[in-house]
Design a protein around this ligand. Structure first.
Ligand SMILES: [Zn+2]
Length: 403
């Protein structure tokens, strides 16, 4: 393919942000553009606050070399991770680092009109408290516990909750902030957050294939394949909680089918079985407390749940051959007993090649996977070369574009 003589500013930004280019000379040699063309694009990025120029590098005698860097504090993004009973809110810098955060008790069953305006209002307060001006906000990322049409930011089908079907989420936030608002399912954003963070913390090159499992009240998975989040045709990919297991005993699932993985291994199923055995259990947290207190039945059920999850994951591993399987969600608080069973069955039933280098790891972000994932999601969009070029085209012209 022929190299284009003129790379747009968005592409130049990508090179600087990714650390591939640190000087104008780097950009010129990577893109083949003239010095004048490079200078114009760099000045646009400097004006937009996306890049900073530093001249404090090591001097080799003459004028110190000027280095171009991604300006990580050149704006903020806002994140709202809506859970079943609480919303997590944050102001983040342009790397996704949390600058300010807050929690909001919010029962999602009360409906979007009850919880979303409150979340948006609280984000306003959080932003004001963080001393960042409203015009520094570059985007808002929102997650909800259900399927979403990411093109429109509209919820699709159940959420198992009345009042949440077909709800357009962005307007609740664009009322407050006139910036792009991105919305996705909670497990997908957790996957994005973990994907980014696992590779940052493991210091390995991003091979691009990771499976994230959220084992909580329900069970769901997020799929990163070839470096991209796979949502499927209608955003329904990753619903491993509703894959049928063998010999499930006819357990009826929330979805109406029988022997779904969730119905035998989901937090809600464990709560029900422990309650039936006469124990007082307060939700998934109650199951975790019982395991930690050494309750044999709770421990047995969690190990068994791990085996069941492993059974379904073995098929997913054979299909997708991920490099990492990351376990998150509330049940990851009892990681050892859960993963002992999971690992055993997963290795038994997957092909040798698919598991040769497979690593099973706990979530590194834990409670913050959703909120950081929301930030990562919106940053990937607003800092993409395409968005940068669109923003520059809409910016007031400061100079006639020259080559
Ligand atoms: Zn089901």
């Amino acid at each position: 393919m022929r190299r284009h003589a003129l790379a747009p500013a968005g592409e130049v930004f990508r090179l600087i942000r990714g650390g591939e280019a640190a000087t104008r000379a780097d950009i010129a040699s990577l893109t083949g553009m003239s010095r004048t063309a490079v200078a114009l694009r760099v000045s646009q990025l400097l004006e937009q606050g996306l890049v900073v120029e530093r001249t404090d590098g090591p001097s080799t005698g003459g004028r110190p070399p000027s280095r171009l860097e991604f300006h990580t504090s050149g704006g903020v993004v806002l994140a709202a991770s809506m859970g079943a009973s609480r919303a997590q809110l944050a102001v983040c810098d342009l790397t996704g680092k949390i600058l300010a955060e807050d929690d909001l008790e919010a029962d999602i069953r009360e409906g979007p009109d009850a919880v979303l305006p409150e979340a948006a209002g609280r984000l306003e307060q959080l932003l004001a408290g963080s001393a960042h001006a409203r015009d520094t906000v570059r985007g808002v990322g929102v997650s909800v516990p259900g399927s979403v049409d990411v093109e429109t930011g509209r919820t699709v089908s159940p959420l198992v909750l009345p009042g949440w079907d077909g709800v357009a989420i962005p307007p609740y936030f664009t009322n407050h902030f006139a910036v792009p608002v991105l919305v996705d399912n909670d497990v997908n954003v957790m996957t994005l957050g973990e994907y980014r963070t696992q590779y940052d913390t493991q210091h390995v090159p991003p091979v691009g294939d990771l499976l994230f499992v959220k084992a909580s009240t329900g069970i769901g998975a997020g799929i990163m394949s070839g470096g991209r989040l796979q949502r499927g045709a209608l955003g329904a990919a990753g619903e491993i909680g509703h894959i049928r297991v063998c010999d499930g005993g006819g357990a009826v699932c929330r979805c109406g089918n029988v022997d779904c993985l969730e119905a035998v291994a989901g937090g809600w199923a464990l709560v029900r079985r422990l309650s039936e055995s006469g124990r007082a259990v307060d939700g998934v947290r109650g199951v975790i407390d019982l395991v930690r207190a050494g309750d044999h039945e709770a421990l047995r059920l969690v190990r068994e749940a791990g085996r069941r999850i492993g059974e379904v994951l073995a098929a997913a591993v054979n299909l997708l051959n991920p490099a990492f399987v990351v376990i998150g969600g509330d049940l990851a608080h009892v990681y050892d007993p859960l993963v002992a069973g999971l690992r055993e069955v997963l290795y038994q039933r997957s092909t040798t090649l698919a598991t040769r280098y497979l690593q099973i790891l706990p979530s590194v972000l834990e409670e913050r996977a959703g909120i950081i994932g929301c930030a990562v999601m919106v940053l990937e969009e607003v800092l993409s070369p395409r968005s940068i070029d669109t923003a520059l085209a809409a910016a007031p012209p400061r100079s006639i574009a020259r080559q």
